[in-house]
Structure formats: structure tokens, C-alpha cells
Design a protein around this ligand. Sequence first.
Ligand SMILES: Nc1ncnc2c1ncn2[C@@H]1O[C@H](COP(=O)(O)OP(=O)(O)OP(=O)(O)O)[C@@H](O)[C@H]1O
Length: 257
Amino acid sequence: MPGSRTGQSQSGDDSATEPILTVEELSVRIAGLHILQGVSFTVAPTGVTVLLGRNGVGKTTTLRAVVGLTPRNGEVGGAVRMGAEDLLTRPTHRLVRGGLGYVPEDRCVFAGLTVAENLRLAERRGSTPAYDRVYALFPELDRRSRQRAGSLSGGQQQMLAIGRVLINDNRLLLVDEPTKGLAPKVVTEVAEVLQRVAESVPVLLVEQNLAVVRRLARDAVVLDAGRVAWTGDAKRLLSEAALTKSLLGVGSAEVQH
Ligand SMILES: Nc1ncnc2c1ncn2[C@@H]1O[C@H](COP(=O)(O)OP(=O)(O)OP(=O)(O)O)[C@@H](O)[C@H]1O
């Protein structure tokens, strides 16, 4: 497997580069279909690791399995560890309480509730909610705190979905296609926020916009048909047109800013 260095020490200081997440031989079967077939990779303790691949290769399934949200008719095998903790044996609410933040692809804001109510519902018992952090990253949410979430634009809803997770302290964030369906200007705003967030918490990101990937990601994991096809340096992947084409099926024009 080329470029397999995710989670490896670059500086020789192993304690600083111990993976925050280790996925080993993860398999997911739903309704008799083998969706993930032995997926293994690690996520570095800092920065953004991007999970890439063509449509339908299993990126969302991977994130959902990590956070314990595989559908009930699904079977999950293998191991997932955050630090030394085994994640697959724990229910989602415990994982979230333990610092695993998840921003799903479909945003899932409560449309009938206001922005402030959405944020309040996300508060974790026993920890101080970081409204200052959320409103500093998203002044728009502060201005619209009394607006119903269902009447926000797609970009504003995405910001609320991210803000809801950032109201608490996290050890790792899983973020699924945060720029999907957004206007170019909003894509840039969301990318800027994620860049700032990733300065303090590692992120495992699913993202199809390769300009965003180029801007944010240090490490890349590419899936193909439920298996890991490549891991390595994200910028190297995007700078090699033949590699990008063979793994992602896109040409160099789509990688440009
Ligand atoms: N609940 C489910 N029941 C049956 N099949 C499912 C279910 N969830 C996912 N799949 C199938 O598993 C495969 C992987 O889906 P997944 O959403 O993980 O892909 P993805 O890489 O995130 O795709 P995209 O980039 O299009 O979002 C797809 O073929 C999908 O149809």
C-alpha cells in the first residue's frame, strides 16, 4: 500500500504522535450486504485526517460505526479504539460524553426549536457549555439565537450543527461532508471554521470538495468498495494527478481552488 504513514511519528517523538483513533479490521454488514470489509487506519492526534472515496464506498458507514450508529439490523466486527478505550462496546451517548463529537451529514438540527434551544439541548451534564467559543466561531448564531433552526439557510444550519458539538469539549471530532450543497462563499466560511477548530482538536473529516481537502487535511485515507485503498499525505495525493484519478475518479481541475 503506497504512502502508508498515517499516525506514524514524523518527529521521532512517539508520545506526541500516538493515534487518537485506531480502526482495526472494521467490518459492517447491513441486510446481508458486506459494506465495510476489514477497514484499518489511524487518526493522528492533531490536525485533520480526511476519509475519501467515490460515492457509496462506505465513508459515512465508517463514521457511523465508530460512533455506534450502525442501524439495528447491522452487524459490526473488528475494533475501534480512542486512546486505550474500546469504542464498539459502548453506546453512543457514552462515547459522546467521553469526548467523541459527531456532526452528521444530514445536520439533524431541530427545525421547530430556536438556535439557542438547539445549543442548550446539546449541553452535556457535568461540563460547562462553551457558548463563548461557539459564538466567537459563529457570530451569526449569536445574532440569530432566537430564530427557528428550520428557517435558517443550509449554511447557517451547518454552522449550528457544528456549533452544537463544539458547545462541549471534545477529544476527537467526526465531521461528515460539512460543505455538501453549500454555496461557494459558505463553503469557504465552513472550511475556515474547521481549520480553526482543528488547531485544538483532531478531526476525522469526510469531504468531497477537494479544494477544501487540500486546504484542511494533512493525512488521507481512501476507501474503495468497503476497503482501504490508500493512506498517506493528503497533499501528495492531490498533487499526483494519476493517483487522484485512479483513487477518486476525478481530474486535476477539480482539485484546484
Ligand atoms: N442502512 C443501510 N441499508 C442498506 N444499505 C446501506 C445502508 N447504509 C448504507 N448502505 C449502503 O452502503 C454503501 C456505503 O454507503 P455510505 O453512505 O457509507 O457511502 P459513502 O461513501 O458515505 O457515500 P457518499 O459519498 O455517496 O455519501 C452504499 O452502497 C449504501 O447504499
